[in-house]
Design a protein around this ligand. Structure first.
Ligand code: ZN
Length: 345
């Protein structure tokens, strides 16, 4: 079984946003401590819109933050981990005033920008990451999973050198206004090629989709999360020191009253569901477990769950990054009739 872990390396987008030290640097170091013990590899999907924002800022606090983040990204690459592209474009409209970020999410999705503007934006972000690490990103994960309609992004992404997406998770959907996505009906294969719709395999397509693995989340999971808010417990406290954007009432109600297809994740108590995510992949005959997370949202408890999970499956996993996976599979692979790919063995 190939195992990948890709984390979205970013601040929070509520008020406060939290600091890069607590949301990105410290938890990523703690995560590396666990992964490297097992020889596992990490892919960080860097919110490159934020990175450019702090690189171009005049304040010393941001210049220092940029230097620290750049140093961590170089260390990651030196140690065989991977740096890829994640974009939250609302950083273009957000401002630093009176010692804090004032976040404007009216243009939350990359789709809120015209295609030629987006092309320039992605090229600049990719160049920024390339300058830091010496490697050009080849994989993309959409901010807030907002990757649809993909046709709007296809040319800007390919112009920026992106050949792979890892945003889709089978059965997932969101009804948050302005942040909707719908992955119901997505294939459950390990990966596939596509052209302008990542939900529709096309063996001649220019992109590869490596979907995030899923786990069925019962409503009780969210009830327990609510209960923990009432009785805070230090081991469950997340590293990040900011607040998430709030969702709509319908978004929360659905979670509290219906089973949902969620991402296999190391965030908070979700990490306890990793064994179930692995069992689900095996039931489908899958040969890839692609887990996600956010450094800002991990806790001591999630690191312990991840450590136990990797220990238990140490003999079963072949550790990959997005780059190493793409390198292996970018040749036109053996495909079945609908263009979905299979891994031998
Ligand atoms: Zn994100």
């Amino acid at each position: 079984m190939r195992f990948l872990l890709g984390v979205d390396y970013e601040l929070f987008f509520g008020n406060p946003t939290g600091s890069p030290q607590a949301c990105m640097i410290e938890p990523t170091n703690a995560l590396l401590g666990v992964l490297e013990k097992h020889g596992a590899r990490l892919t960080v999907f860097v919110d490159a819109a934020y990175l450019l924002k702090i690189q171009q800022a005049h304040e010393r606090i941001h210049r220092n933050a940029f230097d620290q983040v750049a140093r961590q990204l170089r260390i990651l690459v030196d140690r065989q981990h991977d740096v890829q592209l994640h974009v939250h474009p609302h950083w273009l409209d957000s401002e630093w005033r009176e010692g804090r970020w004032h976040i404007d999410t009216q243009r939350y999705k990359v789709h809120d920008f015209a295609s030629d503007v987006l092309t320039g934006m992605l090229q600049e972000q990719v160049a920024c990451l390339h300058n830091i690490t010496g490697l050009a990103p080849v994989a993309y994960r959409a901010g807030g999973w907002c990757v649809q309609p993909f046709a709007h992004l296809a040319r800007p992404l390919s112009t920026a050198g992106v050949r792979m997406d890892s945003t889709v998770y089978s059965g997932g959907s969101s009804v948050n206004p302005g942040r909707e996505f719908d992955f119901t009906g997505a294939p459950t294969d390990d990966f596939w090629r596509f052209d302008d719709d990542p939900l529709v395999p096309d063996q001649d397509g220019g992109f590869m989709e490596l979907p995030i693995s899923t786990v069925t989340v019962p409503p009780t999971f969210y009830w327990r999360m609510l209960a923990r808010r009432l009785r805070p417990d230090d081991t469950h406290r997340v590293f990040g020191d900011g607040k998430a954007l709030s969702g709509s009432g319908a978004y929360y109600l659905r979670k509290l009253f219906a089973w949902e297809s969620g991402v296999a994740s190391i965030d908070g108590a979700r990490a306890s569901m990793l064994p179930r995510a692995l069992a689900a992949r095996r039931r489908l005959g899958g040969k890839v477990l692609n887990v996600m997370g956010h450094p800002k949202s991990i806790s001591r408890v999630s690191l312990r769950y991840l450590d136990d999970f990797l220990q238990t499956n140490s003999g079963a996993f072949d550790y990959h990054t997005m780059s190493s996976f793409l390198e292996l599979e970018d040749q036109p692979p053996a495909t079945n009739s609908n263009g979905a790919s299979t891994i031998a063995g």
